[in-house]
Ligand binder design. Structure first.
Ligand code: ATP
Ligand code: MG
Length: 439
């Protein structure tokens, strides 16, 4: 059970520096902009859950509110901030970089911002990546491009080396834009900083195209990603309807969480089957996928399957390969399905035209759409507010439309998945008319 302690954000020390916001808004009263210690956001939003805890208001689990504070920890004139992007690409990375730089510059007057290149590898002198200045000029219009101008990488780096470099470069705050692995890495950096008794803040902006980091609300870039995936599903529908015995497979991202598959399928009603990691399915049997496909093609002439990359892993031999960050390389479920469907239709003497779509890299590399751009900018601003107030070992998120600061250990200890008993999966079943169980 989540407690208030789980949600307490670490701090480098008391805030004694006046926020420069008052100067920025021309001496107007600024109180309404600031958040205070008591602006906390409830973790539970269901009355029955709150009641069942049986504790007073002050002991209910609550998040620290994100936002600017009247007193800050770091003096902007002497603060240097480093920014790094790690892990896979995701729409909006450049929006976040740009907004961090602009917020530091415009709101706080921090002029010394640098970018580490190619993820945590950028800290390791032997790997030869330059540290680059980030200015409002250098980040102008980078949001119009996909990818990350700082580059990224996978692979472990020694936290002691990273902290040594932070000290050498005089960096007071490190902003990490990355996924679950990057946040585990960020926490290790915090541990090393604390071990050395340093006052360096580490603040994360969680990046996960799969939307699989818990407690942060929807992750940035997710809505752009599933909109792009939905285009491929639409294309697949057009293709298979024109073919004889058309079956389309659209493979989308989602190693452990099928959110992209579900949302992309819901965005239009062109999918007949949605296969996600959280819900096992069988190929054989009367209600297995092969028989269902055969019936669907016989009834409607074609079928489209939206397949998350991590779905159906129980059907294929487990892989023992790892990527440089230690993530298991998944088995190729799309290929296996194509082979099995082809075999099944040949045995049943049914015509089949198979079309395979793999929009993965196209999904990752697009710029953020307008709505995600706004979200990226606001998350980045929230992260800068937390950093300048001396908060550390946290990520920013948005819960029920409120920006919050969340301890990194709290988000890295669990995962966020599509619940087979939840309303999202039910919506998918309703929109596809796929049976509750494919077995
Ligand atoms: P995504 O999975 O969304 O692409 P990620 O941040 O999870 O993003 P990874 O490649 O797993 O991507 O990790 C990025 C960086 O974080 C790498 O440099 C990796 O070494 C480091 N990292 C990953 N897992 C851990 C961990 N458990 N502890 C410390 N560092 C880690
Ligand atoms: Mg990851």
């Amino acid at each position: 059970m989540v407690t208030l302690d789980d949600l307490q954000v670490s701090s480098l020390g008391p805030c004694t520096v006046d926020s420069p916001l008052a100067l920025y808004v021309g001496g107007r009263t600024t109180n309404e902009y600031y958040v205070g210690e008591h602006d906390r956001i409830l973790y539970d939003d269901t009355l029955a859950l709150i009641e069942s805890r049986g504790v007073g208001l002050e002991n209910l689990p609550t998040f620290e509110s994100g936002g600017p504070r009247d007193k800050i920890f770091f003096d902007p004139a002497t603060t240097k901030v480093g920014v790094v992007t790690c892990g896979g690409l995701c729409p909006g990375l450049n929006d976040v970089i740009r907004a961090i730089v602009l917020e530091l510059h415009t709101h706080y007057g921090v002029r010394n911002v640098v970018g580490l290149q190619h993820g945590y590898a950028g800290f390791v002198p032997e790997l030869g990546h330059d540290i680059v200045p980030l200015t409002p000029e250098s980040v102008a219009r980078i949001n119009e491009r996909g990818g990350t101008v700082l580059g990224t990488s996978r692979g472990a780096q020694d936290p002691a080396v990273i902290v040594h470099r932070l000290v050498e470069e005089g960096i007071n705050v490190l902003m990490v834009i990355g996924g679950d692995g990057s946040m585990r890495g960020a926490h290790n950096i915090v541990v090393e900083i604390e071990r050395r008794g340093l006052k360096i803040g580490v603040v994360g902006v969680p990046k996960t195209i799969d939307n699989d980091i818990p407690h942060i609300g929807q992750s940035f870039g997710f809505s752009t990603a599933f909109a792009k995936a939905a285009e491929s599903i639409k294309a697949a529908r057009v293709e298979v309807e024109a073919a004889v015995g058309g079956i389309g497979i659209v493979k989308v991202m989602g190693r452990h969480a099928g959110f992209i598959a579900c949302y992309a399928a819901l965005a239009n009603h062109d999918a007949d089957f949605v296969l996600i990691p959280e819900v096992d399915f069988s190929l054989d049997g009367d209600n297995g996928l092969l028989a269902l496909l055969e019936r669907r093609v016989a009834e409607r002439g074609s079928a489209v399957i939206v397949l998350a990359e991590g779905a159906g892993q129980h059907l294929i031999p487990a892989s023992d390969r790892m990527d440089p960050s230690g993530n298991t390389v998944l088995g190729d479920i799309a290929r296996y399905l194509r082979e099995q469907i082809t075999k099944h239709f040949a045995n049943a003497d049914q015509p089949l035209t198979m079309r395979y779509f793999n929009p993965g890299y196209a999904i990752r590399s697009v710029p953020a759409d307008a709505s995600d751009s706004v979200y990226c900018a606001r998350l980045a601003q929230t992260a800068v507010h937390a950093a300048m107030a001396g908060r550390t070992d946290l990520v920013v998120g948005r819960r029920r439309h409120r920006f919050v600061n969340v301890p990194i250990p709290f988000v890295t200890q669990g995962s966020h998945n599509v619940s087979p008993e939840g309303d999202l999966w039910l919506s998918v079943l309703e929109s596809t008319a796929q049976p509750f169980s494919i077995a």
